[in-house]
Design a protein around this ligand. Structure first.
Ligand code: H79
Length: 626
């Protein structure tokens, strides 16, 4: 049986799918992984907070409850009643986590013959575990309140946690994490058959595409709802210059990057490596006929760079059916919760089931990558979609079982993963509880994949600003490039990277291997980078003064980073007398000792010897007795 299945899943042709699927579903029954049975009794409503009106403390028209938060994430608040409150004139005022919010009730769902669920638009975030209070003032005749984990942060049964923890805490993973933390800067590469289209389909720019969703070039197929057969035609002309691997690896090295992560398969389902479980790959479906991932891997190893691959596991618009949308929606509708359609192929899904896609394509491809790339350091999962807790765990575990040195990012799902990847183009605030290991991925213009008309390049200064901010908070910056269909990196983005590379090289002691100091920054307020669309819409208008500093530390040194190039006297309050006992202050780059003086208000330093036109500088402050 196994060999027949292997045969069918090896090169799964579309017309073989039905037969293969039948065979596999028979075999799956026999091969159920019994070690994963702990979630069997789990039901997502176990993680809901349900408060009955009859249990409330009532005062006039105000109802209050105390409840316990076990999972500090984002939630939505719903009222259940016998009739819709959505369009009613009832005034509803809710007070929760110290915030007050009024209507509007955004949507409502009929969940059974006599119950209607009305949901508030506002999302509530709990930042810690423990007791909370909610009070609702309304004359409406409701039955109960439900506080439900937001769909972006599904919570599982926790049944795999111990097993996951054991793997995550293993020596191999911890060693890999320490190395990861030292690296600080990585290169993200979005490259695939969409790169040829450059964000344009049949003369229409993706920004004007008819369907909802992100306006980034790699979402071409989704934005125009391109039929699978038609989209896959792009493969027939994908024929990059063979020099791409060498050029990109060199660029990464020159830019001060220590690791590289390339899209081995994005949501469009096309594999940029020689896949044995799908013919929709660079070797079988393009004139290039060689394994681009492997070529880049080898070029990166030659440059001494660590190598990782991005893999879209939950979303696959070619072979992943509808991403399980309809099944999930059926359940969610019956429960009265929302199902987000974005990122799901609802325009021309494949005919197999999502489970079969995982079994026949996604799990096998992940294994193939691990075997193809023995020195792989990271798998960067994305497009979690509607995969279950058990499936997310299986991705994590199958990586570990083959190569325990390979890190997995949190987006694998359900908080499995070895480190936190913040949202796309999002920098967490220093007031957040920062994880020990984390990373922000960011674009260099406003798209990940190559967009022929997006010239809104972030300047070297802006890039450096994000980098320094992330650095001061102990994170990594995974900065993206989008090579075109030929594999060429747009010149301005390459130049900008080289320029930050020059700066990084000069100031490397303040960067690699450092940790956050007790204070992350001094001077101006928080960095705001809140998603890919955020910067695109707002532009970048920040200026920096000689009072703005970011700090890092290593051994008995504190590094002070400035994004100005003015010489003269500067005052650093965080290093005043009493805060730090200082032995020496040097300018990185030329390592010259500067004149300095400490008093009870500040450390005064006279900056001299800055090279011309620098983006900024870093001081190395050596502390005594540390
Ligand atoms: O590969 C790049 C993008 O193509 C990819 N991630 C980066 C690294 C990306 N995938 N999705 N998105 C970006 C935006 C996703 C938006 C949505 Fe959703 C997915 C809307 C609904 C489902 C985010 C996740 C908001 C809700 C859930």
């Amino acid at each position: 049986m196994r060999s027949i299945i292997h045969f069918f899943s090896k090169k799964l042709k579309k017309h073989h799918l039905v037969l293969a699927v039948l065979l596999i579903s028979v075999s799956c029954k026999k091969n159920v992984d019994t070690s994963l049975s702990s979630e069997q009794k789990f039901d997502q409503t176990d993680n809901w907070i349900v408060l009955d009106k009859t249990d409330a403390i009532k005062k006039d028209n105000t109802y209050s409850w105390n409840f316990n938060v076990k999972h500090p994430v984002k939630y939505v608040v719903q009222m259940v009643s016998n009739k819709s409150l959505y369009n009613s004139k009832n005034h509803v005022k809710v007070t929760i986590v110290g915030q007050e919010f009024k209507r509007p009730l955004l949507k409502s769902y009929a969940i059974n013959s006599n119950e209607i669920v009305s949901e508030f638009k506002k999302i509530v975030s709990f930042s810690k575990i423990g007791e909370q209070t909610i009070s609702i003032k309304t004359a409406a005749n409701f039955k109960r309140i439900r506080i439900i984990p937001h769909f972006e942060n599904p919570i599982g049964s926790g049944g795999y946690h111990q097993e996951w923890l054991k793997m995550n805490q293993s020596d191999e993973k911890q060693k890999a994490l320490e190395q990861f933390k030292k690296a600080k800067l990585g290169m993200f590469i979005h490259w695939g058959i969409y790169s040829q289209a450059g964000g344009v389909w049949k003369n229409t720019r993706i920004n004007y595409a008819p369907y909802k969703g992100p306006k980034v070039a790699e979402w071409l197929m989704h934005a125009f709802q391109i039929p699978r057969e038609e989209y896959s035609e792009l493969a027939k002309t994908f024929n990059p210059d063979t020099s791409f691997a060498q050029n990109i690896a060199k660029l990464a090295k020159q830019s001060g990057m220590k690791y590289v992560v390339i899209t081995s398969k994005h949501h469009d389902g096309f594999a940029l490596f020689d896949s044995k479980s799908s013919e929709y790959d660079i070797v079988d479906a393009t004139p290039y006929k060689a394994d681009a991932v492997k070529e880049l891997y080898e070029a990166c190893l030659r440059e001494g760079l660590d190598f990782g691959v991005y893999y879209s596991h939950g979303n696959d618009w070619m072979d992943g059916t509808d991403g399980n949308y309809n099944n999930v929606k059926k359940v969610n509708d019956s429960l009265g919760i929302y199902t987000h359609p974005t990122g799901k192929n609802l325009w021309g899904p494949s005919t197999n089931t999502h489970k079969e896609y995982l079994q026949n394509k996604a799990y096998p491809q992940v294994k193939e990558l691990l075997n193809l790339l023995p020195e792989l350091r990271l798998i960067w999962f994305d497009g979690t979609g509607f995969i279950t807790e058990k499936q997310a765990f299986q991705f994590y575990k199958s990586v570990y079982d083959i190569n325990p040195n390979v890190l997995v990012n949190r987006r694998v799902g359900y908080s499995f993963g070895d480190y936190l990847d913040a949202g796309d183009n999002k920098i967490p605030s220093s007031s957040d509880t920062l994880e020990k290991y984390w990373e922000t991925c960011g674009t260099i213009n406003n798209s990940w994949g190559y967009k022929s008309y997006d010239n809104d390049w972030k300047s070297p200064k802006e890039l450096l600003y994000y980098f320094v901010d992330i650095l001061s908070k102990g994170g990594n910056y995974l900065l993206n490039i989008g090579p075109d269909g030929k594999g060429k990196v747009p010149e301005i983005s390459a130049q900008n990277l080289r320029e930050i590379g020059k700066w990084i090289h000069q100031n490397r002691d303040a960067i690699y291997g450092t940790s956050p100091w007790k204070i992350t920054k001094e001077g101006q307020g928080e960095t705001l980078l809140d998603g890919t669309g955020h910067r695109a819409a707002k532009g970048f208008k920040k200026t920096f003064t000689s009072k703005d500093f970011w700090f890092t530390t290593k051994e008995n040194k504190v590094y002070v980073i400035s994004l100005t190039n003015t010489e003269g006297e500067i005052l650093i309050k965080s290093l005043r007398k009493g805060e730090a006992t200082i032995e020496d202050v040097k300018l990185l780059g030329n390592n010259k000792t500067l004149n300095w003086q400490q008093n009870k208000n500040e450390l005064k330093v006279t900056i001299t010897g800055l090279p011309k036109d620098v983006l900024g500088y870093a001081l190395e402050v050596t502390l005594k007795n540390k």
